[in-house]
Design a binder for this molecule. Sequence first.
Ligand code: BES
Ligand code: MN
Ligand code: ZN
Length: 493
Amino acid sequence: MDYSIESLSLDKLQSDCVLVGVYENQQLSPAATTLDALCGGLISKLISRGDIKGKTAETLLINNIPHANIERVILVGFGENGKVTRKQYRKALAAAIKTVKDSKVKSASSALLDVVVEKADIAWQARQIVEVFNDGIYQYSATKKCDDKLPLQTIRLIANDSQIALANSGLQQGVAIAQGVELTKQLSDLPGNICTPSYLAEQALALAGQHADLNCEILEESDMEALGMGSFLAVSRGSRQPAKLICLNYQGGDANAKPIVLIGKGLTFDAGGISLKPGLGMDEMKYDMCGGASVLGILRAATLLNLKLNIVGLIPSSENLPDGDANKPGDIVTSMAGKTIEVLNTDAEGRLILCDTLTYAQKFDPEVVIDMATLTGACIVALGRVPSGLFGNDDELCNDLLSASETACDAVWRMPIWEEYQEQLKSNFADLANIGGPDGGSITAACFLANFAKDYRWAHIDIAGTAWRTGAAKGATGRPVPLLSQYLINRAG
Ligand code: BES
Ligand code: MN
Ligand code: ZN
């Protein structure tokens, strides 16, 4: 999709389709008022007739406009004038792009920057238009013919002279983040027989090939063996696909600036191993690599924005399958950190691959380490599918992430990792057990990881409930790419 800023006024504009905002109580946005005058009062007539009430996310397509250069108009409802929240704005944008899609136009012009949004500026609004629209037009096509390919090719954001500078910077950020999200969704939606650890590694190498400051190195199982990653390798024993530890290095900052290390769980399929999962919905465990795909998406955004930061991306990637050679409940493995782990449930495999990656991260002398993982079903029980779970050993880092999540509209909710929970991870036969019983499962998983992240500032984001949608709209969401991209933008200053 091609996104650009258009500074023409509505009377000079030539367009297949113009989007303008309307409010409750028959109120029009400035753009709608102008257009109404250009069309002999058609818009106010339709509104007073009650065809659209102006409620948030209501839309009305007007197919026939008495105007020489504008073919169609879509009225978009934003609720009460002066009280539009950021969430409402995004909700209305999502409805708007759906109506654009249904109308089969080739290009659309959005005059939605003049809708006043609480706690938002024009840059934020421009960015959201790009992000929400790009999300709405995503089509999965890797293994399925798209019968009706979307004709939409260009989206123009109409901005007046005073808005243009902010609109441009917002658009630029929006395009970078949207491309990161798109990459993450594309990889995440692929089936496990295509998206294997080797495939993810190839994609990482290809991404690195697109930017001079981004390098990629793949650690093979033999390398991991030499490093003593007994915990990670225990998970991949049951799989015929070789495990990979994908290491990306982006040098956008000063040569000696400490890097921000991002770690993403890259389980390309999680059957549970010998502790086999139930069959219902097991297909969704192809999404157990969403954390890894997010790291690639975030690095895509960071390189597109040429962020002045050093970033290391680490993606431990494996399958978790049952096999005669798979690890078994009761097995004891030795992690790279030297701690022994009793594998009481082979389905708690994410923490087993992450703990060795957390230890490996130390070699980069990190500024901070942030991991993202579809780690626990318990996180969905605790928080539902609205926020991701946030855990961490440093208040400043957690607060930075909370504030980035507000701006990005990519919610997180902080959870405790108090030492009391460590009791649940005690084992009679090893330094740690890999599960902590039925209570507080997302917390004990985070507490397990905390044992391997003691030497640096660390946060863990459990995205089990937020990285994909289930049900009829099954598909990846690209979260938490917006959150982490915002965090990096804020860090780059
Ligand atoms: N990948 C799953 C977590 C998961 C479950 C994510 C459902 C999204 C939806 C993880 O590897 C797992 O299986 N966790 C177990 C842990 C348990 C055995 C302690 C879980 O959540 O059931
Ligand atoms: Mn599992
Ligand atoms: Zn898993």
